[in-house]
Design a protein around this ligand. Structure first.
Ligand SMILES: Nc1ncnc2c1ncn2[C@@H]1O[C@H](COP(=O)(O)OP(=O)(O)O)[C@@H](O)[C@H]1O
Ligand SMILES: [Mg+2]
Length: 288
């Protein structure tokens, strides 16, 4: 089992900080990196994979700098980049054969692995079809398969659920849960439900920092976050939206029921609701 450690990792692009002084250690299990666009998820993942040099700090795998490990580290690693490039004229199977060759996996071994992975991502029937005919979700599944070709012990998936439809999302979650049993899996998303129940540990990123981390139960027990339900007049809705984090609203007879994430009760009659991970995420996303 491996350990991946970030030590004072920082990345600046032309003086603008994208990732700020992170320290964190990954062990076996599924890690969900949650953050809105621009939070620094991709920058962090690229540094974890060794394809981007940090401005400062280092990434250690089992106490050795990944840079010094070179190809040995790449053998351990499976990576699905956010902007994964495909070859439109290749079939899914041909594409996987091509990536397997790049990863120097012997042909026989590759063929049986490809068969297994196509089955796993549900593309066996479509394996001979050209990638240019694939939907976004199907391409994502091909991307996940290619990241798994070398049986990586460290798997990094950048927005793997982008473009997946609800059924594919469920399928994907099941795949990830099973993969986390004997490796480090780190996946990024801005969609809370994608990681809510499969991540062993959740890291919320904002403006280049990890602002909260912990298991699901710890995060939803955040002392600073409370959820309130209150019924207000329709003409008041806008005012509440301006002053509070409103996570949901729905008609309630002639009025509107608001779900508000706030430390203090928004009205005298507001009643407490159960805090979800989405509430915590919203609260910190909007907090100054
Ligand atoms: N190559 C780059 N050059 C300049 N700025 C960049 C570059 N890549 C990312 N950034 C900036 O760094 C910040 C973090 O981006 P990114 O890591 O892509 O976040 P996320 O993946 O969470 O959306 C953003 O402000 C983004 O505009
Ligand atoms: Mg990104």
């Amino acid at each position: 089992m491996h350990e991946l450690r970030l030590m004072d990792i920082e990345k600046k692009y032309k003086g603008k900080t994208a990732v700020e002084n992170l320290n964190y250690t990954f062990h076996q299990g599924v890690y969900g990196l949650l953050g809105e666009n621009g939070a620094g998820k991709t920058t962090l993942m690229r540094m974890l994979c060794g394809v981007l040099q940090p401005t400062q700090g280092k990434v250690l795998c089992d106490d050795i700098e990944i840079e010094k490990m070179g190809s040995e580290y790449r053998r351990l690693l499976g990576y699905l980049p956010q902007d994964f490039g495909y070859y439109p004229e290749f079939s899914a199977e041909r594409f996987l054969q091509y990536i397997a060759a790049l990863k120097a996996i012997p042909k026989k071994e590759a063929d049986s692995k490809i068969k297994e992975l196509l089955e796993m991502v549900g593309l066996t029937k479509e394996r001979k079809k050209k990638l240019k005919t694939f939907s976004g979700g199907m391409l994502r599944r091909v991307g996940i398969a290619q990241a798994l070709l070398n049986e990586p012990e460290i798997l990094i998936l950048d927005e793997p659920t982008a473009g997946l439809d609800p059924k594919e999302r469920v399928h994907f979650r099941n795949i990830i849960s099973s993969l986390g049993k004997n490796r480090i899996v780190i996946l990024s998303t801005h969609i809370v439900s994608d990681i809510e129940y499969i991540a062993d540990e959740i890291l919320i990123m904002k403006a280049g920092q990890i602002i909260r981390n912990g298991i699901h139960k710890e995060l939803v027990n955040d002392k600073e976050v409370s959820v309130w339900k209150c019924v207000v007049e329709e003409k008041e809705v806008e005012e509440f939206q301006a002053n509070y984090t409103v996570s949901n609203l729905r008609p309630h007879e002639e009025k509107t029921e608001l779900r508000i994430v706030s430390k203090e009760a928004p009205t005298d009659t507001a009643i407490r609701g159960e805090v979800t991970l989405e509430d915590v995420y919203l609260y910190y996303a909007q907090k100054e």
